[in-house]
Design a protein around this ligand. Structure first.
Ligand code: NAP
Length: 279
């Protein structure tokens, strides 16, 4: 039997999904590398998730990005889960293997690290403590990555303290939990400071933190990328710190999936940034 050529399909599943920039990003890369393929946003309800994961590979899908609310549920439906996805408790990248198995990974942490390495080359994470504001899914990925990078101590503050306490029990003694209302106090000596809350995003309240104790040698990163320059980043820059926006993390977390599905490692460069920003 001769097999006809199939155009590889990938996409992002979530609900809602219309806001996702992933279709623009993958579409741009497909065009840039002249790859025959397509990347489609799919709004899939929680109740339909299991069925969708059975049907999509049969339709020619080679993989998916996963966003809210499916990032945790897909772990139970996957045949194989990477250690980092299991530790984080969520997956953002699925690959449908030719043997029919679903492989789940989480590339948010490596995207976070690659963004800081690219945009703050002097960043030395192991040289001092890190401060993480927030304790949601993104914070889990950031903390797992910081531990892997050899950060000696990670100070966490979150509005809902219990969520920060849960991080301490999951990630161990390197984590210390601090009061949200006095989060500025934990910044002293920190070499890495990351806002992982959704505060500062368009449509949300501003993220305001007392930066009096901030070390000017710290690298400060905001995971929020709409707007690109947040009030928090502007204030940190005024305090003399190197600042990095969240767009690079979005681009870098997408690259491994694109490579697995379409066979080409895509560039994360100024051209890619411009393409996504102009979308
Ligand atoms: P999540 O699991 O829903 O967590 C949201 C976090 O924000 C929690 O820590 C939450 O605190 C905090 N928060 C929300 N509203 C708040 C308020 N009014 N005051 C104080 N804290 C508040 O979401 P996530 O997946 O971690 O995402 C968090 C942010 O990171 C989002 O803006 C997302 O777009 C961004 N992100 C960016 C990238 C990237 O590639 N750049 C990747 C992943 C995520 P409570 O626990 O108290 O609710």
């Amino acid at each position: 039997m001769t097999e006809h050529e199939r155009i590889p399909l990938a996409g992002v599943i979530g609900s809602p999904v219309a806001h996702s920039r992933s279709p623009f990003l993958h579409g741009y890369w497909l065009q840039r590398y002249g790859i025959k393929g397509a990347y489609i946003p799919m709004d899939i309800a929680q109740a339909d998730l299991a069925e969708a994961l059975q049907v999509l590979p049969k339709l020619g899908f080679v993989g998916l990005n996963v966003t809210i609310p499916h990032k945790e549920s897909v772990l139970k439906l996957a045949d194989s889960v990477t250690d980092r996805a299991a530790l984080i408790g969520a997956a953002n990248t699925l690959t449908f293997r030719s043997d029919g198995k679903i492989y789940a990974d989480n590339t948010d942490g490596s995207g976070f690290v690659a963004n800081l390495r690219q945009n703050a080359p002097m960043w030395a994470p192991a040289s001092g403590p890190a401060a993480v504001l927030g304790a949601g899914g993104a914070a889990r990925a950031v903390i797992a990555a910081l531990i892997e990078m050899g950060v000696p101590e990670i100070r966490v503050a979150n509005r809902t303290r219990a969520r920060a306490e849960a991080l301490r029990s999951d990630f161990g003694a390197k984590i210390s939990v601090h009061e949200w209302v006095q989060a500025g106090n934990m910044l002293e000596d920190c070499m890495t400071v990351v806002n992982t809350t959704s505060l500062g995003m368009v449509g949300k309240a501003e993220f305001k933190l007392s930066l009096d104790g901030l070390n000017p040698k710290a690298v400060v990163n905001d995971l929020v990328y709409t707007p690109l320059r947040t009030h928090f980043l502007n204030e940190a820059e005024r305090a003399g710190c190197t600042t990095v926006d969240g767009l690079g993390m979005l681009l870098h977390q997408a690259a491994p999936g694109f490579e697995r599905w379409f066979g080409t490692r895509p560039a994360v460069d100024d051209e890619t940034r411009r393409a996504v920003l102009s979308a």
